[in-house]
Design a protein around this ligand. Structure first.
Ligand SMILES: Nc1ncnc2c1ncn2[C@@H]1O[C@H](COP(=O)(O)OP(=O)(O)OP(=O)(O)O)[C@@H](O)[C@H]1O
Ligand SMILES: [Mg+2]
Length: 251
């Protein structure tokens, strides 16, 4: 079943075609990776879908509804959430309060920062539940600014997950961490996402990670989709290999 569909979605910055008539389909329940070299258009595509960027042309359908011009919070309410390539945390707030704020924003409740200490019991329980799913419960009381890089990346994913999305975009959830931490982050993220039956699209440069965790892989190059297939199919695709190695494409 199709969850998200873009139709000829385009965005240009000057002469650069960040997204060039992209037809992207995400099926319900899949764990999909979006790959491609620097500047391929991956983040732009996610920005268009999440509402952080307005398209020049084309359409975005989510569960069959046109959300091309919907506001960011309307898309979140419809079930689209995303994390950011550069983490988006409140460093002076505790890990717990970061998650609680995310839950509050989902519920569209106005909350004073000073009142976070006496949250209602449901939010408290839910925040702790999210934190323990992401292995961060022991860090609840630590300011987010005091976390190690791998923990910061996980918390950023947890904030998006706390919005209870149907479709979760993660923009480079393992960037800037060691190989060992990458595995830890991906094991956690994939198990939480699969247990919660959330459909996920991950932007990732490390092809070992991509091949290991994805149901399907889509490759972008210069704003266009160049390949779409199972890990096995993508492994065997010469154009993908050439792009990853920086070699010219075959006709
Ligand atoms: N706000 C902007 N203004 C001008 N150009 C932009 C803007 N955002 C993106 N671009 C350009 O659009 C192209 C696609 O950028 P994008 O960030 O989507 O690539 P990416 O695939 O996410 O790359 P990376 O792997 O480095 O994160 C690049 O050439 C980039 O310089
Ligand atoms: Mg990017």
């Amino acid at each position: 079943m199709i969850l998200l569909q873009t139709i000829d979605l385009s965005k240009q910055f000057g002469d650069v075609h960040a997204c060039d008539r992209v037809n992207f389909t995400v099926n319900k329940g899949e764990f999909l990776s979006l790959v491609g070299s620097n500047g391929a258009g991956k983040t732009s595509l996610v920005n268009l879908i999440s509402g952080h960027l307005a398209p020049d042309s084309g359409r975005i359908l989510f569960e069959g509804t046109d959300v091309t011009f919907a506001r960011i919070h309307e898309r979140i309410r419809a079930g689209i959430a995303r994390s950011f390539q550069i983490v988006n945390l409140f460093d002076v707030l505790t890990v717990f309060d970061n998650v609680a704020l995310s839950i509050f924003s989902r519920e569209r409740k106005i909350v004073k920062i000073a009142a976070l200490a006496d949250l209602d019991r449901d939010v408290r329980r839910e925040a702790l539940d999210v934190l323990s799913q992401f292995g961060l419960a022991a860090k609840s009381a630590v300011p987010a600014g005091g976390l190690a890089q791998g923990e910061r990346k996980l918390l950023d994913v947890a904030l998006a997950y706390a919005l209870r999305p149907k479709l979760l975009f993660l923009d480079e959830p393992t960037s800037g961490v060691s190989t060992r931490e990458k595995t830890q982050i991906m094991d956690t993220v994939s198990s939480v996402v699969r247990a919660g039956a959330v459909t996920a699209v991950i932007i990732e440069h490390d092809m070992d990670v991509v091949f290991r965790y994805s149901d399907r892989i889509v490759m972008m190059h210069e704003g266009k989709f160049l390949a779409d297939g199972t890990p096995q199919e993508i492994r065997a695709n010469k154009n993908v290999a050439n792009i990853l190695l920086g070699a010219p494409l075959s006709a």
